[in-house]
Design a protein around this ligand. Structure first.
Ligand SMILES: Cc1cc2nc3c(=O)[nH]c(=O)nc-3n(C[C@H](O)[C@H](O)[C@H](O)COP(=O)(O)OP(=O)(O)OC[C@H]3O[C@@H](n4cnc5c(N)ncnc54)[C@H](O)[C@@H]3O)c2cc1C
Length: 651
């Protein structure tokens, strides 16, 4: 919108540097920290939340010359790759060696490994391989102190990796990542179905994931989005439309006209008759794997989906989706050229809250903009909703502000309302785009006092506050009490739709298992003897629980309530995955009572007798010893008190 209004490049950096080695980054950080100069880590700039918005007094650290593949270990298998490596050449190199990372964000052409890690990215194949946080075995990074530290995933002692993943350049500069690989898939299986309603379609997707199916791609489209997808998604009229708009042509005027009454348009397209005329909602799946596993996957999916009300539409829509998998993301510019705006918003919730989240965010967006949605990242316990929306200036503001300023005001108002609705409905603000500067003012609404904990972590990693200041946590942003506190009921509450159980921390593990078994459910863990309380068990890193690498799509726990050492309570709402900064659960799981204790946890539960999916073998040390750098960081985090004082803004 700024470009259209003739005022681009307000965020010109003072200096751009291109380090080539980790030592260059460390030297630069030490230099900057001594002088209080702000550094903004930069991958490829594809982030969509304002995570990279430098000023003239800032040094941008472009990491794209840190691009070596340091090691490809074919036996583990894993790859150690530098942070500036771009997505496509990485995947091509891995495929040549017979592997895949399994990470295919729509921005794979224009994003880096470091950007994926920093923003908690999700790829199109998350249904089989998980999100980026499920792939990281270790990270090399340079903290704001200028120390080069290697952080390793581990279970029965503190794991600092989940704190840096999602830290969006505010705690450390990631210089390389060691990532789990899978064999390059030898075959694919395709399927698509139509449904009367969007909810029926997502319920079918839930049933698939809860039955243990792991289609690499599983996407539900609401009727309007489905209609576009059925047409093949890619419009080839952009150049002509943009030209017409620039010359004030009819299509620009028509679009503005249509977008003047988005509420009426949304209501019209939301009627049953319109939904039926558009062909209803659609589910597409793509299975990847070896031999006939993929055709078996499609056969099993058909059994489940068709029992849930889906009508089999054959393979064509899924094959078409694959052929155009990256095209869809590049259709936005013509809409801006026509004087309107378009954007996307991704949120997530447990299955039990998904309907409420969908309705609330759709209603909040729909007051100002035309909105459609698809659901492209599913898990056994919940799902992500991806809204696409287009709007123009609110007619009431145009006379006073002019078109461009009115457009911007409408855009801001739309985002504010939608983010508030997401938090209120019990969802997470982001599943994979991250927070950046644009969502930072709402972070306190989701994290409550967790916001202070994030600030403490920033101070521990970066005492001088030089790394991407103003990103992720807004200056002056205050925690607000989350509107979805834990249920007051004691004991064990089962959320059957999401296969989650909220269990009070003092409950003995064997007692919890007994209660769950009576309901046909299980924690599916061997229970240590003597049986510890749930809180103790989590503090010890959940010994006996199934190895997390066996099913990267599943997780052990979805959220928790905890009390910090200083007596403050924090609440991490249950979500299938989230991208709202560091994963604070890692301060409690495997970390003993160093930072506090778990009062209640949302544990994943499994149907008794269910078969659980098993990914190809992955041989890496599950419990590597703590390194000296990790120990120093743990001490620094303890010293910062993880939220002991509600801090002022960072320097
Ligand atoms: C067309 C399009 C499609 C997209 N599709 C997807 C998608 O499917 N899935 C998805 O998850 N996202 C998607 N995105 C968002 C974006 O691509 C991701 O957030 C991506 O992970 C950003 O990577 P980048 O290298 O471009 O990072 P940048 O945009 O350069 O940076 C993003 C943030 O990470 C920080 N950062 C970058 N590198 C480092 C580093 N080495 N160390 C520390 N901090 C660092 C930056 O400071 C910034 O805060 C899409 C974006 C576009 C434009």
């Amino acid at each position: 919108m700024d470009v259209r209004a003739g005022s681009p490049a307000e965020h010109r950096p003072g200096v751009v540097v291109w380090p080539e080695r980790t030592e260059d980054v460390a030297a630069l950080v030490r230099w900057a920290s001594e002088r209080g100069v702000a550094l903004v880590p930069f991958g490829a700039g594809s982030g969509v939340c304002g995570g990279v918005m430098p000023r003239e007094d800032v040094v941008v650290v472009d990491l794209k010359r840190l691009e070596r593949i340091r090691k490809l270990d074919a036996t583990a298998p894993l790859v150690d790759v530098e942070a500036g490596h771009m997505g496509v050449p990485l995947e091509q190199a891995l495929e040549r060696a017979g592997f895949t990372l399994g990470h295919f964000p729509s921005s794979i052409l224009c994003s880096t490994v470091g950007g994926w890690v920093a923003a908690r990215s999700a790829g199109q194949c998350s249904g089989a391989y998980g999100k980026i946080e499920d792939m990281v075995a270790s990270l090399e990074c340079v903290t704001g102190r200028g120390d080069v530290v290697t952080l390793r995933r581990r279970t029965s002692a503190p794991d600092l990796v989940p704190l840096v993943v999602g830290s969006e350049g505010t705690m450390a500069i990631v210089t390389s990542a060691t990532l789990r690989l899978h064999p390059r898939p030898a075959s694919r299986g395709f399927g698509s179905w139509s449904f009367r309603s969007t909810q029926e379609a997502w319920e079918a997707m839930r049933a698939m994931f809860q039955a243990g199916l792991r289609p690499a791609v599983a996407r539900v489209y609401d009727p309007f989005d489905a209609m576009l997808a059925r047409q093949g998604s890619v419009k080839r009229r952009e150049a002509a439309s943009a030209k017409s708009a620039r010359s004030g042509g009819w299509s620009g005027n028509a679009l503005r006209g249509i977008l003047r009454r988005p509420g009426a348009l949304n209501a019209l397209l939301g009627t049953r008759i319109a939904e039926r005329a558009m062909g209803g909602a659609m589910l597409v799946v793509v299975f990847e794997g070896e031999g006939d596993a993929t055709s078996r996957g499609v056969r099993d999916a058909r059994r489940i989906v068709e029992a849930s009300g889906g009508s089999w539409d054959g393979e064509a829509a899924a094959r078409r989706w694959l052929a155009h998998r990256y095209s869809v993301s590049y259709r936005q510019a013509p809409v801006f050229a026509q004087g309107a705006f378009v954007d996307t918003m991704e949120v997530a919730a447990t299955w039990s809250r998904l309907g409420a989240l969908y309705d609330a965010v759709r209603a909040a967006l729909g007051r100002n903009v035309f909105v459609m949605a698809h659901f492209s990242h599913a898990y056994p316990d919940g799902c992500c909703i991806y809204f696409s929306f287009a709007g123009g200036a609110d007619p009431g503001l145009v006379r006073e502000l002019g078109w461009d300023a009115a457009c911007e005001a409408t855009y801001d108002r739309t985002w504010k309302a939608a983010l508030a609705a997401a938090v209120e409905a019990g969802g997470t603000l982001s599943h994979h785009h991250g927070v950046g500067r644009s969502k930072a003012p709402r972070l306190g609404a989701e994290l409550g006092h967790g916001l202070d904990v994030v600030r403490s972590l920033m101070r521990a990693f970066d005492p001088a506050g030089i790394l991407n200041p103003g990103n992720l946590v807004a200056d002056g942003e205050k925690p607000s009490t989350p509107s979805h506190p834990s249920p007051a009921t004691p004991g064990i509450n089962v959320d059957r739709a999401s296969l989650l159980a909220s269990i009070v921390g003092t409950t003995r593990l064997d007692d919890a298992e007994q209660v769950l078994r009576a309901q046909g459910l299980t924690l599916d863990t061997s229970i240590p003897s003597p049986a510890p309380s749930l809180a103790e068990w989590l503090a010890r890193g959940a010994p006996g629980a199934r190895d997390r690498w066996l099913d990267p799509v599943d997780q052990l726990l979805a959220g928790l309530d905890a009390t910090l050492k200083d007596g403050r309570a924090i609440s991490i709402r249950p979500a299938p995955r989230r991208a709202v900064g560091p994963d604070l659960t890692s301060l409690f799981v495997g970390a003993g009572d160093r930072f506090g204790r778990v009062d209640r946890a949302w544990m994943r539960v499994h149907l008794l007798g269910a078969t659980r999916p098993t990914a190809p073998a992955f041989a890496c040390d599950r419990d590597p010893p703590l390194g000296a750098g990790e120990r120093d960081l743990l001490d620094a985090i303890s010293r910062e008190g993880t939220g002991a004082t509600p801090s002022a803004g960072r320097p």
